[in-house]
Design a protein. Structure first.
Length: 335
């Protein structure tokens, strides 16, 4: 009897232990999920999220048929960005068989099977601009997809679902006559993507070059009937940097110039090869400022860009280095 009693006690103990282990595992799993949620919200900052119907994604309906979101991720990146399986579950739940995904990241992709192979790639480098040709191909693709069925939607993403995403979303808003001009579309995207209940930080298109290319598309649509503008070949005569005092040594001797055409370096001028230069904003030592433009839109062989129209100096946190009258003038001649 004593042996049987001992066995029963052991069995009861093991059952209790098993329950405790399961409870502990459940708690750890719950804590892990909660930590992941908090991490994703921190990374997405105050971008408007979709937090309904059991979903919590860095994803915004810009319009009823246009979705902007961050990169659908897997592996370790899914800990702080949208898990690709959750994005697929969302799209299949809300828009089954009626969605197409546009991946704007040149740096990475994913298996298109997650989205039933309805994925289009447009190669745009981070903080850069699309080519005019890609903008036209993209809007033609969206027009065709949207015309097939009134239920069809598009989901557009880059890495954070902001700069490159906003550029192409605004391009479509102009193409589809939802906005007449570039600035209105850019303002609207920023308004929709920003959750002001969390912070007033702007989550729209901030890079001046990206905004410039949205304006280019407005011109292509209205003046050139959605065609490329006439090609204009120009030769750079001079590049003049205004009010450079305070940037690096202040005389241009420690700066270098690179000219990139279609993602290929075609020219560079190195004034000096120095490290740890003084007088540059932290984090911008390798590239104090840059800008993208297309010669087809240059008028009178001259182009002036103010501080607010240059990528990097446009940020107010750099204005202790880049003074109010900082700018760049490019002069051209016919080849």
């Amino acid at each position: 009897m004593t042996l049987i009693w001992c066995v029963c006690r052991v069995v009861t103990f093991l059952r209790s232990l098993r329950i405790l282990i399961l409870v502990r595992i459940f708690r750890l799993a719950s804590q892990k999920k909660e930590i992941e949620k908090v991490t994703r919200r921190m990374v997405s900052e105050n971008k408007r999220r979709y937090q309904k119907d059991g979903f919590d994604l860095d994803l915004t309906y810009v319009t009823e048929r246009v979705i902007a979101m961050s990169f659908p991720s897997s592996g370790k990146q899914a800990l702080y960005r949208n898990p690709i399986r959750e994005v697929a579950r969302f799209l299949d739940t809300k828009h089954l068989d009626h969605y197409k995904v546009f991946n704007l990241c040149s740096e990475k992709g994913y298996d298109p099977k997650f989205f039933h192979y309805r994925v289009e790639r447009i190669m745009i480098d981070d903080h850069n601009v699309p080519s005019l040709e890609d903008m036209l191909r993209y809007t033609a693709c969206v027009r065709e997809w949207m015309a097939v069925d009134s239920r069809n939607v598009i989901a557009i993403h880059c890495k954070g679902g902001k700069g490159r995403t906003g550029t192409m979303v605004c391009t479509w808003l102009i193409d589809s006559d939802q906005f007449e001009n570039a600035q209105e579309s850019l303002d609207y995207f920023g308004e929709r993507r920003t959750d002001k209940s969390m912070s007033s930080k702007f989550q729209g298109v901030e890079t001046p070059s990206q905004s410039r290319y949205v304006s280019y598309y407005e011109i292509m649509k209205n003046q050139y009937n959605r065609q490329l503008p006439p090609q204009k070949c120009l030769k750079i005569k001079s590049i003049q940097i205004h009010s450079i005092a305070g940037v690096g040594k202040g005389n241009g001797s420690d700066l270098k110039v690179k000219i990139i055409v279609k993602r290929e370096l075609v020219f560079q001028c190195v004034c000096a090869n120095l490290q740890n230069c003084a007088g540059l904003p932290k984090g911008y030592e390798d590239c104090p400022f840059y800008f993208w433009f297309n010669t087809s839109f240059v008028e009178n062989n001259r182009m002036y860009l103010s501080r607010e129209e240059l990528d990097n100096p446009h940020k107010s946190k750099t204005w202790d280095i880049y003074k109010e009258d900082f700018g760049v003038t490019l002069s051209f001649t016919d080849p």
